[in-house]
Design a protein around this ligand. Sequence first.
Ligand code: NDP
Length: 496
Amino acid sequence: MQAPKLHRESEMKRYRHYINGKWVESRGGAYFPVYDPSTEEIIAEVAEADAHDVDAAVRAARAAFDSGPWPQTTAQDRGRILFKLAEKIRQNAAMLAELEARNSGKPIVEAEFDIGDVATCFEYYGGLATKILGHVNPVPANALSLSLREPVGVAGQIIPWNYPLLMAAWKLAPALAAGCTCVLKPAEQTPLTALEMASWFEEVGLPPGVVNIVSGFGETAGAPLVHHADVDKIAFTGSAVVGKMIVKMASDTLKRVTLELGGKSPNIFFAEADWEAAVDGALFGVFINQGEVCSAGSRILVEKKIYSRFVEAMTEKAKRIRLGPPLERETKLGPLVRKGQYERVSSYLEVGKREAKLAIGGSRPKQIGRGYYVEPTIFYDVQNSARIAREEIFGPVAAVIPFDGEAEAIRIANDTPYGLAAAVWTRDIYKAFRVVKSLRAGIVWVNHMQPTYVEAPWGGYKQSGFGRELGPWGMEEYLETKQVFVNLDEQPIGWY
Ligand code: NDP
């Protein structure tokens, strides 16, 4: 592979941090490069935050939460701001989708769907801002007890690179609807669309300090955000390894923490499943977004009665998956996000070749000279104890595992430390719901895999994390409950 080189100077853009409503340099003046993974060229430079810059962002968010206009902003106005932001995103959707595709490597058609979902997410929570309801508690008649819902405070939000702007929206929209203020740290590989979005914050009416965006690396920018005493809550999406570190770091200040940590999700195919839909669903479940999906159906469990035929059909269809530059509309599989991820996935290809049989793929595509491309790869006859069946690869790599009957399917499906998602394919409705009830996963699809709606909860069981995003559940995570007791009895307590 060629060494990275600078993209044409004229197209190079420099991005700074967005803190307290202003674009600011890092204290140390450092910048880091951001790449186009299809060309390996630098497409932008972004200011690199350290603990000092993170502190400035947190202080701005704290001040905006404690005083300033935000606490006085009505729920209706918070909702209107989110609607206006959604409108700006829709107006600039083509630019955002192109930037997202160039920076992350995802095919442009997928990026367009993502940006549409970003706008929908802001609209959804814009509507939900006015639906935060308290409660009257049924205490005896001589008192009144209320439960008030209040924003949790300053939210630190750390997001990954696979759905850059969508992950930002999943975190910012419910937090703002709830009345929180935010410090967002995008992934170092893909900060560009979030920073572009910040350029509209003032215009849509977000007061300074309500949303701050600091770019940088996990250890030097993410960790100080988690440690910071003035941050009330951390919302994190990323690897399980870092998720566990975050829980430990956050324990010093007993912050609220929500984690979305991905998984090794089973996609289960019974013999009576609709054949065409099933073969498609197996490929879509694992290869969408180059397999860089927390809910990727990377363990494909196939009933023995159809196993050989199914592997053959998947392999035949996978030959037609078009790899190519993210900006070409026919592209179905772009490059992986960065060199490190390419190397990580490539190392799993070698592990897979030792552990199982290779049906297709297994290396970089010979016809493409540069870029972090990996062929769609299908391993079969995989043991569920194999590393490629247990570890999150986060690339276009499928592990096909045979099973015999419903009980064995459930046993294998649940035999994983993760529990984010699962899917079951069958025309037998009794079986479908028996399996749904037995699966230990936060999201279970029947006869599909991956559709995600802002109205429905998203999050994992077991080591896939805790807390839920999306829907009213997503906003709940940014609310505290305050119990208010009102004495209606004019008599003294009379205890002493
Ligand atoms: P990470 O978990 O390291 O990155 C996710 C986010 O956490 C990024 O913003 C990252 O910063 C930040 N981060 C990293 N270290 C720390 C830290 N010590 N304190 C605070 N924040 C931190 O994932 P990777 O990018 O390293 O990807 C590795 C693997 O993780 C993938 O192959 C995949 O298996 C899994 N993953 C899962 C995701 C999911 O959605 N479930 C998403 C991404 C990865 P930065 O990157 O800027 O340094």
